[in-house]
Design a binder for this molecule. Structure first.
Ligand code: 5RP
Length: 215
């Protein structure tokens, strides 16, 4: 099993706060995400700044695009994003149009979706999925559990590279030890830590320990 990546989600509402954080953690993580909140608050300027600061990292624009796939993806690519996200309830034409304009499109799984939808995404050439526990669901008392692990495993078996996200903490990671996770996406547990650099470093080290690499 490959060692999962670590992605930091920058969900601040101001670009200056996000840039202050990313300068502490950017070198510790594999992938940097302009989070949905940041994209909505600051637009593609946030992606442009991340690309300028980290020319060699994978940059994700977490747009959760629902429509106008082509235009949104073109804007993300022009700003420097490698990948972007579309919400799972977007139509297949929206996803296909977006996928034509960006290196990779990730489908964000929230709420209602089916394995038939997933087959359709694969058939359209979309092979990255983000399995999400929404922050509102977590606030309402949801937790990561067996049902989530079963879904992530099934998606991986179908051929998806599956990222997982939503309130992840170092203590949550061992839950996934038998699951093929492509990327752990962590926001607040890194960005709101007293020492974000140390938080990211520890998370990366824990991933290595759980998934079998010694350094
Ligand atoms: C919210 C998101 C977040 O970026 C993602 O869930 C990670 O944030 P956190 O670890 O703080 O829950 O996509 O829509």
């Amino acid at each position: 099993m490959a060692i999962p990546n670590l992605q930091v989600a920058l969900d601040q509402s101001s670009l200056s706060d996000a840039l202050g954080t990313v300068q502490k953690v950017g070198e510790e993580v594999d992938i940097i995400e302009a989070g949905t909140i940041l994209c909505l608050a600051e637009g593609m300027q946030a992606v442009k700044c991340l690309r300028a600061l980290y020319p060699d990292k994978i940059i994700v624009a977490d747009t959760k695009c629902a429509d106008a796939g082509s235009t949104v993806a073109e804007n993300c690519r022009a700003a420097g994003a490698d990948w972007m996200t579309a919400i799972c309830s977007a139509t297949l034409p929206t996803m296909k149009k977006a996928a034509e304009e960006i290196s990779e499109l990730q489908v964000e799984l929230y709420g209602n979706w089916t394995y038939q939808d997933a087959e359709d995404w694969l058939e359209a050439g979309i092979s990255q999925a983000v399995y999400h526990q929404s922050r509102d669901a977590l606030l309402a008392g949801e937790t990561w559990g067996e049902k989530d692990l079963t879904r992530v495993k099934r998606l991986a078996e179908m051929g998806f590279r599956v990222s997982v996200t939503g309130g992840l903490e170092i203590d949550t990671l061992p839950l996934f030890q038998d699951v093929e996770v492509f990327t752990f996406i962590a926001g607040r547990s890194i960005t709101e830590a007293t020492d974000p650099q140390m938080a990211a470093r520890k998370m990366k080290q824990t991933i290595r320990e759980i998934f079998g690499a010694s350094s």
